[in-house]
Design a protein around this ligand. Structure first.
Ligand SMILES: C[S@@+](CC[C@H](N)C(=O)[O-])C[C@H]1O[C@@H](n2cnc3c(N)ncnc32)[C@H](O)[C@@H]1O
Length: 212
């Protein structure tokens, strides 16, 4: 297929995806927190920061219409598992149609992460990636999600959150320790990509300063 033909086939699909995302945003603005899906530049940065290619179990919180989900699947190991937890039933039904045996789509709330991992017989994830909007939820709900992530992560595992606001930093740093933050400007709007690494259980505190 020529590049022009491929692009002409992809563009309507992308536009439909963006339109559907925007329609859902209008219905649930605080839960979705963004008017369009993430850009390829942001997704690339998130995937590299999360070290997706090294993980055996990956958790994605808030996959939306699946642009991040598909990119994680493209970059993860052949024998790894991806658990994608989505609270919006319309987004969940899109995710559950992605034909990849490594993907487990789950309709539910990120706060229940521990129970959901158990329900699917999954061990502790090495990576948790989150696009859910901490800025529009209550502190109590945000703290419950962070606590669930910290409890679930394998020692040395990474939590990567991409957000416009700094609220996730104020909620997560007291629990997981020092964050590392990079800006991705090639996204609407520009996003902070924040990363924490869970302590490895050697008594060195809740988390440690990230070198890379
Ligand atoms: C900004 S969108 C991110 C979508 C996609 N990952 C992307 O980067 O384009 C945030 C997503 O988080 C979902 N979400 C919000 N709160 C959630 C929760 N408590 N548990 C699971 N998903 C949640 C929303 O429904 C939405 O799909």
């Amino acid at each position: 297929m020529s590049l022009r033909k491929a692009n002409s086939n992809m563009l309507p699909k992308m536009m439909n995806g963006c339109l559907f995302f925007f329609q859902e945003f209008l219905k649930h603005p605080f839960q979705i927190g963004s008017v369009i899906p993430s850009s390829q530049a942001l997704i690339r940065r998130v995937i590299e920061t999360a070290k997706v290619d090294e993980a055996d179990v990956i958790v994605e919180l808030g996959p939306g219409t699946g642009c991040t989900t598909k990119a994680i699947l493209e970059n993860m190991k052949d024998d790894a598992k991806l658990l994608s937890i989505e609270i919006n039933p319309n987004f969940y039904s899109i995710i559950s149609e992605i034909p990849d045996p490594r993907l487990i789509a789950h309709l539910g709330d990120a706060r229940k992460l521990k129970d959901i991992l158990r329900e699917h017989n999954l061990g502790a994830p090495q990576t948790v990636i989150s696009g859910i909007p901490f800025s529009t939820m209550s502190d109590e709900c945000g703290t419950q999600i962070i606590q669930a992530i910290n409890d679930a992560l394998a020692p040395g595992g990474r939590f990567v959150a991409y957000q416009l606001s700094k609220k996730v930093i104020s909620l997560c740093t007291p629990v997981m320790g020092q964050e590392k933050v990079e800006m991705e400007f090639l996204n609407i709007p520009p996003m902070r990509v924040c990363c924490w690494e869970k302590g490895n259980g050697n008594g060195s505190g809740p988390g440690r300063k990230l070198a890379s």
